[in-house]
Design a protein around this ligand. Structure first.
Ligand code: FAD
Length: 506
């Protein structure tokens, strides 16, 4: 019997990939040694090892853990990321940028993009909205510097995230967690024993025969969902009809002298290719749909479009896009790939891990393990997955490409009503409808709408009512300020060398 209303004494995390060690680090930091935290992982099974691009909220996770940024970037051979360049997504030969930051600068109560649409419709400006993004100005110049805290300066209008080596990241967090009392056990979990009275997990058994008990189990075992699915049968919502890619071939290659401060995503015949620049190598992968291309052809397409010499044999990963029906079932919470995977297009998986952990901490159960807490966790996490899912689907739906089967399929596919509702507002009125909990804020939606040619039928009404604002002058001043700011910044490679050069970079 579980004892009611008493704090947990033992938590077991199964899995030592990014999810396992992020969870271990955050729980150790929050719970201290009040509770024994054990992580079980199997080196023989290994990790997926490819989550290398992040989005800005990861900086809050690091701050919460008290991690020094320069040390972190150095030890993970990391680099800085200002956004994602999308090449060939709208049509072949076209590119746009999804920036981590706003467009333009505030000079009126009307949002900048309203004026941009009005001026562009009137033919008074020709530049794409990208040209008013500080992130893109920096990205295309290949420079990096931290944002300014002074909101009067154009250098305050951008945000940033990181790229890093996934294996070094897990090792970094392992050192952090073990220094704070997390116990690591090497071994393969071969069985989970359930309590007869309530079906809760009582213990896990390793291939050595050793058995480990806990009150709370965190399943970070990867795609398979060893506890949440194999033991507890939580179920899986399959989203392949909206997000049809189901394979990725990944390979690292040699890097050049310049290190781009952004991720590049290039649409291919049956999916898209990522390029993630690190200090010691460049990560590459071709995310594709096996209905439309063979593994052999996908590998060939990837290997013939690398920026440098391949540094390993290509590796294929298989996945099913979707999410676990219940993320928290009985006394088990799934975090990481065991919880779901929506494909890496907008680097959201590590973010979902981060928020899964923070949500678990906010709803920390005691030995009673109330189903009410699980219910709230599941409701919040489901809503978060669905909001991100819609943003990802938009990239596939809003394409003019009809040169291959994948793009013809996605351009024609039915989409969730929740996404259609948002598109209708933008297409008809140039307006953004968003939930305040939305991970992707207005600039992200603007980037993809305008970048992928979802153009409003008319300029937003508010901008049409503000004729007195000297918009042209303000826009010219913003563009000039951006150019001057970029000219002062060091190249990204220089910034890394001066502040956080990795020993792996040699
Ligand atoms: P894994 O890395 O698979 O780790 C599972 C762990 O469980 C391992 O330690 C394994 O040994 C252990 N384990 C499994 N079974 C057992 C057992 N029986 N006994 C003991 N231990 C066991 N995310 C991003 O945020 N950005 C990206 O750019 C990005 N790119 C991606 C590209 C691809 C192609 C894929 C597939 C994913 C990508 N992701 C990305 C997702 C990211 O890689 C994962 O979210 C992240 O690595 C966490 O994985 P994990 O720890 O859940 O699983």
């Amino acid at each position: 019997m579980t004892e009611p209303h008493r704090p947990l004494d033992k938590i077991i995390i199964v899995g030592g990939g990014s999810a396992g060690w992020m969870t271990a680090a955050a729980l150790a930091e929050t719970l201290g040694r009040s509770c024994q935290i054990t992580l079980i992982e199997s080196e023989a099974i290994g990790t997926v090892g490819v989550g290398e691009a992040t989005i800005p909220p990861i900086r809050h996770f690091n701050q919460r853990l008290g991690i020094d940024e320069a040390t972190f970037v150095k030890e993970t051979a990391g680099s800085y990321k200002l956004g994602i360049q999308f090449v060939d997504w709208t049509r072949l030969g076209h590119a746009y940028f999804h920036p981590f930051g706003q467009y333009g600068a505030e000079f009126d109560s009307v949002p900048f993009y309203h004026f941009w649409i009005r001026e562009s419709f009137a033919g008074r400006i020709q530049e794409p909205i990208d040209e008013f993004s500080m992130c893109w100005a920096m990205a295309k110049a290949g420079v990096f510097s931290h944002p300014s805290p002074n909101r009067q300066q154009i250098q305050s209008t951008f945000d940033y995230a990181y790229h890093f080596d996934a294996t070094l990241y897990a090792a970094f967090l392992r050192r952090y967690a073990e220094a704070r009392g997390v116990r690591r056990i090497e071994g393969r979990v071969v069985d989970a024993t359930l309590r007869a009275e309530n079906g809760f997990i009582k213990s896990v058994t390793l291939d050595s025969g050793e058995e480990y008990e806990a009150e709370l189990f965190i399943d970070c075992s990867g795609f398979r969902g060893l506890l949440i699915e194999d033991a507890l049968h939580a179920g899986y919502d399959n989203w392949q009809h909206w997000l049809p890619c189901d394979r990725a071939v990944a390979v690292p290659c040699a890097k050049g002298d310049a290190i781009a401060p952004y991720t590049r995503s290039t649409a291919k015949s049956a999916g898209w290719q990522w390029r993630i620049p690190l200090q010691h190598r460049t990560g590459n992968g071709y995310v594709h749909c096996s209905d439309f291309i063979s593994e052999y052809d996908a590998t060939t397409e990837l290997m013939t479009s690398l920026d440098g010499e391949a540094q390993a044999d290509p590796r294929t990963l298989r996945f099913v896009t979707g999410k676990r029906r219940k993320f928290w079932e009985k006394n088990c919470v799934a975090i990481g790939l065991s919880a779901g995977f929506m494909e890496p297009l907008e680097s959201t998986s590590l973010h979902l891990i981060q928020y899964g952990i923070l949500r678990l901490i906010a709803l920390m159960p005691d030995k009673e393990m109330s189903p009410l807490l699980a219910h709230e966790y599941n409701a919040q996490t489901t809503a978060e997955y669905e909001r991100i899912r819609d943003f990802l689907i938009l990239h596939y739906k809003a394409t003019e490409r009809d040169d291959s089967e994948l793009w013809r399929y996605t351009a024609d596919m039915a989409i969730p009503d929740s996404l259609q509702y948002k598109i209708d507002h933008f297409r008809n009125y140039g307006l953004l409808v968003s939930d305040e909990r939305e991970l992707f804020k207005n600039p992200s939606w603007i980037a993809v709408y305008l970048g992928q040619n979802i153009v409003p039928l008319r300029a937003p009404a508010l901008a049409r009512m503000r004729d007195q604002v000297p918009v042209g002058e303000r826009m010219a001043a913003i563009a000039q300020a951006m150019g001057e700011a970029v000219a002062q910044m060091p190249s990204h490679a220089e910034f890394l060398a001066q502040n956080c050069r990795s020993p792996h970079a040699a």
